[in-house]
Design a protein around this ligand. Structure first.
Ligand code: ADP
Ligand code: MG
Length: 342
């Protein structure tokens, strides 16, 4: 075959292979977009484990009519503009690939309204990025993305989907983790018409602990130590579980860097080391920790799913984490239970 340029719908479908693995990945991308848009409330409706329908509505900034088509076009983003911007990414998204990828493997409708517009506008994704006209629809301030029939046109991908129940539980996990990471946003989740989560904004520490109890289990937060530490431009805060609340599985570990959930070897190592003296072999500590630092000091462009980050000052982050946790745990062992390092 001669060398040819691939048609845009095929390019997007190939890109979708990286971004869209299952309904949970769609939900993650859409929720991140809503959070980037400054939403204060996000409502999530799911049917049949997300395979039949994912509908996410937010009250964020919205998308102007004239940018709706661009939002569905590949490599189109409002979040970065120049190469320097990659050095300090403050948003969750930045690649401009999620919406076109999702649109290429589903039936997608994007509706939105900005504060400046006097009506909402809607556009349908068709994978081909043909010029289409948005149509007016009633819509409150913010954005609704509706994704139906995921992988309807890529049977090979569809075959890899598991049962409705399994897909829903992956998706539910994504919602819970993101809801833990943004206390200042209200969330609701319904599956097949049944309301499952209804989380009001959690401003105070009590409310935050309540939200964690609902999302990550009450037994964890009941036995957790609160910490809040600022050193060398790093702000580390959150809750760590007492050694007695350690688990056989590492399933209650939440670590967020500038609001982004990450799994990171350096972080895992620092935590393990801090607990080394107090934990039985093979047990895993539970924690919900937030690290905030200058976006210039983290590279989030290290992995397509953005789960992994690279710290420019890895040693500093490692030591801050280790020392803070170690101290808090040591003070607890010395019998002082109120160890909020404030
Ligand atoms: P990225 O998030 O990497 O920029 P996406 O494909 O996810 O790329 O989204 C493309 C663009 O569409 C975003 O840059 C943003 O401008 C706009 N957008 C997407 N979702 C929303 C939303 N919920 N509210 C406001 N704008 C949105
Ligand atoms: Mg995005």
């Amino acid at each position: 075959m001669p060398i040819r340029r691939l048609p845009p719908e095929l390019i997007n479908q190939i890109a979708a292979g990286e971004v869209v693995e299952r309904p949970a990945s769609v939900v993650k991308e859409l929720l991140e977009n809503s959070l980037d848009a400054g939403a204060r409330r996000i409502d999530i409706e799911i049917e049949q484990g997300g395979i039949r329908l994912i509908r996410i509505r937010d009250d964020g900034a919205g998308i102007p009519r004239d940018e709706l088509l661009a939002a569905l076009s590949s490599h189109s983003t409002s979040k970065i503009a120049a190469i320097e911007d990659l050095q300090a990414i403050a948003s969750l998204g930045f690649r401009g690939e999620a919406l076109p990828s999702i649109a290429s493997v589903s039936r997608l409708l994007l509706s939105s309204r900005t504060a400046a517009a006097d009506s909402g506008w809607r556009i349908a994704g068709d994978g081909a990025e043909r010029v289409r006209e948005p149509e007016p629809v009633p819509h409150p301030l913010g954005t609704t993305v509706e994704v139906r029939d995921l992988f309807y046109n890529t049977p090979a991908r569809r075959k890899f989907l598991r049962s409705e129940r399994t897909e829903f539980s992956h998706l539910d996990d994504v919602v819970r983790r993101l809801a833990v990471s943004h206390f200042d946003v209200a969330f609701s989740l319904a599956h097949n018409g049944r309301p499952l989560l209804r989380l009001p904004v959690a401003g105070e520490r009590m409310a935050q602990e309540q939200r964690i109890a609902e999302l990550a289990g009450g037994e964890f937060i009941a036995q957790a130590l609160h910490l809040d530490q600022q050193v060398a431009g790093l702000h580390l805060w959150g809750w760590i579980g007492l050694p007695t609340a350690a688990r056989a599985q590492a399933d209650r570990q939440y670590f967020f860097v500038n609001g982004r959930m990450v799994r990171d070897r350096l972080i895992a190592h620092a935590v393990r080391q801090a607990y080394a003296d107090v934990l039985f072999h093979g047990r895993h500590p539970a924690f919900v920790l937030f690290l905030e630092l200058d976006p210039k000091l983290v590279d989030v462009n290290a992995h397509p799913a953005k789960h992994e980050v690279r710290f420019r000052e890895g040693r500093l982050v490692h030591d801050c984490l280790f020392r803070t946790l170690h101290e808090v745990l040591a003070r607890t062992r010395a019998g002082r239970h109120d160890v909020a390092a404030e």
